[in-house]
Design a binder for this molecule. Structure first.
Ligand code: ADP
Ligand code: MG
Length: 278
């Protein structure tokens, strides 16, 4: 992207509550959620499975509306929010019958951008996304990491100012995941969007984010917040720093999963615990 994109909006949630209604019965999904995200900040969100993280994203982007509370963009209550975010949902599939270029231009097509212009804007970003030479490839021919980068390119072509990424690397193997984390940080440094990033991996949250919000079990509320005290640019070697370990321990404790060590099963050999040397 040659031109600097417009500055992202400040996002603020105030006392947001929302229930689903199934068979007429209310099912409280979000309970009194309040937080704000500064323009260009990288905020990670962790929480137990089923706590309401994906629901929170659906609500922020405007696919759902709160029952009470406010969602503000740049200080204004924003009821019409559709189209103001780049949103990559948790199960973000590429269309198998379209090649990669055909897939990534979808948001531009939906907006009525002329096909030629859509393709040009997309093609200009292929090198940055490590997809040069794969414009005409079918999704099935790409590795998991490449498919996620293609999905992210499509997301950014929708809107590059505020990105909501729901467990984008959750299905990748550990090594690819690390490569993708570094690649994403490079992209963030270059394009400077605001990023909200859901992950179930506390190490990933600490490694990537400026700040981590911890959601409690359903109904979701922010039970803890951690400001990450790691310098930027980040390097994978930082996972060995004491402060990294402290942050991870604090997050695990906030999630309620760090209270006691895992007991050895009876008759087991030397246990492989978190304390054992790698
Ligand atoms: P998470 O992303 O944290 O795993 P979700 O936001 O997907 O959690 O779901 C939170 C809770 O809301 C879950 O119990 C889920 O079953 C429920 N839920 C999600 N979407 C709907 C829906 N459309 N209707 C009813 N319940 C839903
Ligand atoms: Mg989810």
């Amino acid at each position: 992207m040659t031109e600097e994109p417009a500055a992202p909006d400040r996002l603020e949630l105030r006392h947001v509550r929302m229930a689903f209604h199934t068979d007429g019965l209310p099912f409280q999904a979000l309970d009194d959620i309040s937080f704000s995200v500064a323009p260009r900040e990288f905020v990670a969100i962790v929480g137990p499975s089923g706590s309401g993280k994906s629901t929170l994203f659906n609500l922020i982007v405007g696919l759902l509306q709160p029952d009470s509370g406010e969602i503000r963009l740049d200080g204004e209550v924003a009821e019409a929010r559709l189209g103001r975010f780049g949103y990559m949902p948790q199960r973000d599939l590429l269309l198998p019958w379209r090649d990669i270029l055909g897939n990534v231009v979808v948001p531009l097509e939906l907006r009525g951008t002329p096909p030629r212009e859509s393709r040009q804007r997309a093609l200009a970003l292929f090198p940055l996304f490590g997809l040069e030479g794969f414009e005409r490839a079918w999704p099935a021919a790409l590795s998991g990491g490449m498919r996620q980068r293609a999905a992210l390119l499509r997301t950014i072509l929708g809107d590059s100012r505020t990105l909501l990424l729901d467990e984008p690397f959750g299905a990748l193997d550990a090594l690819t995941r690390r490569e993708m984390q570094d690649w994403l940080l490079g992209l963030w440094t270059r394009l400077r969007p605001t990023v909200l990033f859901i992950t179930h991996d506390v190490d990933e949250a600490v490694y990537l984010a400026d700040r981590v919000l911890v959601l409690g079990p359903r109904p979701a509320r922010v039970v803890s917040e951690l400001k990450v005290r790691l310098p930027r640019p980040r390097h994978q070697s930082m996972v060995a720093l004491p402060v990294f370990g402290e942050h991870v321990a604090d997050l695990l404790q906030a999630l309620g999963v760090a209270s006691s060590p895992i007991p050895d099963p009876p008759g087991a050999g030397p246990a492989s615990t978190v304390d054992s040397p790698a």
